[in-house]
Design a protein around this ligand. Sequence first.
Ligand code: AMP
Length: 283
Amino acid sequence: MLSLVRTAHDFRRACQEARVDGSLALVPTMGYLHDGHTSLIRAARQAAPTVAVTIFVNPTQFAPNEDLARYPRDLDGDLAKCAAARASFVFAPSSPGEMYPPGFQTYVEPGPLAQSLCGGRRPGHFRGVCTVVAKLFALSRADCAFFGEKDYQQLVVIRRMARDLSLGTDVVGRPIVREKDGLALSSRNAYLSAEERGQAVGLWCALGEVRARFSRGERDGGALERTAIEVLERHGARVDYAELRDGVELQRREVVDESTRLFLAAFLGKTRLIDNGALGESG
Ligand code: AMP
């Protein structure tokens, strides 16, 4: 039976008890769960006898002009999906004050990995992400935690944080789960109108065309970035960024190879979607 804990105190206790019986895996989310999230829960289930899922729309990772207030929520639906994916328990703080008690003033400041791409467009975003994830690692003392490559920069920033701060939780990355037409699953896809949903496939098409040009021999990063921008614009998306970077230090690559990743962010109407993938991969 899946149980729900609503306070940081109870979450710490539930994790403590779980760790007596063996290892503990953590799957942090903001809820409104889809098959991308449940793929992480199922992978965590393979890694540890106890899987804790957290559901928290973390206010510190949203800028004042972003979608914190209207971010989609469905706790009952989420609990059903967690149960079906065989999570052990869910921590859904009853209020932001559970994570940020009165007088809260200490944050985790990530380094250069968090400054480009989404970090450049969303100042303070990764500071909020790192702070909440460090707190979840501290409360749970999980052996491992599962994150999606959908948010690739987030994955490498968190992995570096865990290492730099000796947090003791192994950070595991998992592949992107996509719709049939290639659109990466995202809670924010719920914002899209029917027309925008049609246009959103442009991110996947951009990745596909860039990979196709790469496989035909193009190695010029600038030329491939221009292809990505053309494809996105052709689909009616407003490009936020389309950049080729290495997958470890996220350094810009002017000459690319199969491990170089294309990172995309684009607006469909008011909704900002992201995607990424290595040039030498197909999924
Ligand atoms: P979120 O609820 O958007 O904060 O996402 C929680 C976790 O699910 C993060 O590690 C995401 O990278 C991961 N995730 C979101 N969408 C997908 C997807 N389509 N495929 C795989 N993982 C995903």
